[in-house]
Design a protein around this ligand. Structure first.
Ligand code: AN7
Length: 358
């Protein structure tokens, strides 16, 4: 069997790379598509829901797919340094790929709004991390300005190579299922990922790899839902810090993905996100960070609104893929906070047995 060497090698013919591109890879991609029997069952007997578990990428999020292409192209173009603003995962990924590719990595983050695991990653991979007294949208504006005036390459998803890499997730899903799903659910923050998935599906359609396109179902957090509301949010709020974004860079592209696919972009509350977060970990055994649970929160919300009712109990199988963008270990503090703390008892077998109610 051929060894797996990451998304550039696997999907080279669909990507803007040549034999001269120095490939920087951490063997990202090739993530599992896990069948979710309990979520499927909640929708109906003819529904098949699959989880694209992007938390299993090398730095624990989907960002690695785009970063391998962005960093490889930055090197090809002779860059010595890269820069990004981040709600956490982009910086973790940029820092790791920069370490592998011998680039300097500058990271601008909103102070106090980055999950612990992500901050640890950026720091341990030796990025130069600067926290601003401001939010992600302000950080993005700053790094954009810096990249236009200094010799540093921007690796936020405004960089088209990021989108190119991220579209490989659609390819993997279609290759695995032998078709495109009917619906694709995913969280929306800066809106790069919904843009990338839609691009990937459309390209596979043009190459006749799939016969139909999915409807894209995007979900923002209620306190950070500019696309849903139709205007930028000055002070976005949500416990899902990854998608706490008030003015998404790929806003227009996300709207196109929604409209071209005849899908939708809706908002889910923090309570709905946390409930889906617990459902995933407790019923499906899959631990994700809160932002990722927005996919499932959105799916459950649509189900309760009767969105799927005319598709229920038909012969036709309905295939739904939900992208789970980041690993639960990214944000251990949320996990600990949202469950009961374990009891502390004396060190005796009988007490442990009694307390455990065996
Ligand atoms: C886990 O890291 O924007 O809509 O700076 O980390 O493509 O932005 C992260 C976004 C969803 C939203 N889930 O994706 C960043 C950043 C997780 C994320 C999103 C992010 P986009």
């Amino acid at each position: 069997m051929k060894r797996y060497n990451g998304v550039i090698e696997r999907y080279r013919k669909y990507l803007p790379v040549s034999s001269k591109t120095p490939v920087v890879s951490l063997h990202e991609g090739n993530t599992p598509l896990i069948f979710a029997p309990k979520i499927s069952g909640a929708l109906g007997s003819n529904f098949k829901v699959y989880l694209k578990y992007e938390g299993l990428n090398p730095t624990g999020s989907f960002k690695d797919r785009g970063m391998t292409v962005a960093i490889s192209k930055a090197k090809e173009q002779g860059a010595r340094a890269v820069i990004c603003a981040s709600t956490g995962n982009t910086s973790a990924s940029a820092a790791a790929f920069s370490a592998k590719g011998n680039l300097k990595c500058l990271v601008v983050i909103p102070e106090g709004a980055i999950a612990l695991g992500k901050l640890a990653q950026a720091l341990i991979h030796n990025a130069r991390v600067i926290a601003i007294r401001g939010n992600f949208d302000q950080a993005l504006k700053i790094v954009l300005e810096i990249s236009q005036n200094y010799p540093v390459k921007l690796v936020n998803s405004i960089n088209p190579f990021r989108i190119e890499g991220q579209k490989t997730a659609s390819f993997e899903i279609c290759d695995y299922l032998g078709r495109a799903p009917d619906f694709h659910c995913l969280p929306v923050g800066n809106a790069g990922n919904i843009t990338a998935y839609w691009k990937g599906y459309k390209e596979y359609y043009c190459h006749r790899k799939i016969k139909q396109l999915p409807k894209m179902l995007g979900f923002q957090a209620k306190g950070s839902a500019p696309i849903v509301k139709g205007y930028a949010i000055k002070n976005p709020k949500t416990i899902a810090t990854a998608i706490k974004i008030g003015n998404p860079a790929s806003w227009k592209q996300a709207v196109s993905a929604r409209d071209e696919s005849k899908g939708l972009i809706k908002a889910v509350s923090d309570a709905q996100i946390l409930s889906a977060y617990k459902f995933l970990s407790q019923k499906e055994g899959v631990f994700v960070e809160p932002a990722s649970a927005a996919s499932i929160a959105g799916l459950f919300m649509l189900e309760s609104e009767g969105f799927f009712s005319n598709l229920k109990n038909k012969r036709k199988e309905i295939v739904i893929v939900c992208t789970l963008t980041g690993h639960g270990l990214k944000d251990p503090q949320i996990a600990i906070k949202s469950i009961k703390h374990p009891p502390v008892v004396e060190a005796s077998t009988s007490t442990v047995v009694k307390t455990a109610r065996i």
